[in-house]
Design a protein around this ligand. Sequence first.
Ligand code: FAD
Length: 426
Amino acid sequence: MSLPSSVDVAIVGAGTSGAAAAWYFARAGARVVCVERRPLAEAGARWVNGLTRTALAEAGIELPPGAALGEPHPFHLVTDAGRVTVRDHDVVDVDMRALVALLQARAQDAGAVLAGDTTVLGRDGDALVTDRGRVRARWLVDASGLAGARLLEQPAVGTDHLCAAAQAVFEVRDRDAARAWFAAADIPPGEIYARLGLAGGFSVQNVRLHHGGDTVAILTGSIPALGFPSGKAMLDRIVRQQPWIGRRVFGGQGAIPLRRPYDRLARDNVALLGDAACQVFPAHGSGIGAGILAARLLAATLGGGGTLRDYEVAWHRRWGGLFAAYDAFRRWNQTMPPSVLDELMAAGVIDPPFARAGLDQTMPRLSLGALPPKARALGRRPQLVPGLARVAAQVGAAHLLSALYPRSERRRLAAWSRGMARVLAV
Ligand SMILES: Cc1cc2nc3c(=O)[nH]c(=O)nc-3n(C[C@H](O)[C@H](O)[C@H](O)COP(=O)(O)OP(=O)(O)OC[C@H]3O[C@@H](n4cnc5c(N)ncnc54)[C@H](O)[C@@H]3O)c2cc1C
């Protein structure tokens, strides 16, 4: 298949962000090409990811049968000495192979041209330069992930803001032994055992039985630059240690940018989307919903006669504060020894409503009634107060600044960036 020589929108990457953008733009009547360096059937995330139903609904996505691995199940966040159980939350486990395929099919049905095995080498003015020729476009969209085409020469993400994650589904070789392992941790079958702090304050090892116990899903993540084993090393370790875990069915690993999204999400005729823009919820490195909703916003903005500048302003004003706020917490959390996590749970700072808000990617709401017991618990643990006070101040400032993300590109934007960098260094 040859590439069209000229289109309205040329997109790099056919993972969730790029395929969603191709769909939204084509649906609105734009001529779209989306190029992907891997075969299309291997694009994007190839493992199980947690997504909120709210994001799926806002994105207008109905999952195909079998893509969602059950309904949201209780989440047990467990540390050395503490536990918080979130019974109601909004996160469903989704087989990303099915979601990427769905988005690509929707894009093609709407008229977008999707080309696999095509690598973008760079851009030349309004042309996307690929190893199969050039495509001129009014708008170029870089949805090529963290290590992608870098059409805007995005700043490199510092290694201490990179999560090394791994996720895989395995057959269960011995169901009784699997049940016994969960029972020993007091986790009912099918519920999520999220062990925190095994490899630094940010780390997680999340294990859940699927399909009545036939398969087990394991997700691990850590920040190796801080001296900890990677998510892949954590995953390999649990598989080695637990003989009931059998053959690997599917999965993968990769790096996730955790830093707050870039100040600039667009320049010239190029927009950034998804991991390429660091549009990832920093508390747990979730970028699927964020990337898809950013794609929707981009297509709606340009389709409605707006500019790329309108897209960045709208994105930062709507989501920038939330993402920067959780980034403030993540930066504190990743330096914590496990004992501080225990203390935060014991003090009721990390309690079910707080943990639920984090899972659902919303800000926690503090009820007035909850404040006095928390204040008393903190009074008994004064060592937590300076860290909490700093994060609270950062959260407030990040929200305020994001709401004030300037429309003008020059002096005011530079001042805004300096202000945000003072709140949260990059
Ligand atoms: C193990 C793991 C577990 C995760 N768990 C979750 C989770 O539970 N929930 C969640 O929301 N998120 C999760 N994430 C993060 C999520 O997977 C990413 O945020 C998401 O995949 C980003 O989507 P994207 O489309 O922006 O980028 P990608 O998925 O990286 O897709 C980019 C695409 O661009 C292609 N590409 C790159 N360079 C070029 C080029 N030069 N030319 C052409 N094509 C190119 C790539 O081949 C790729 O297909 C996890 C990540 C990992 C690694």
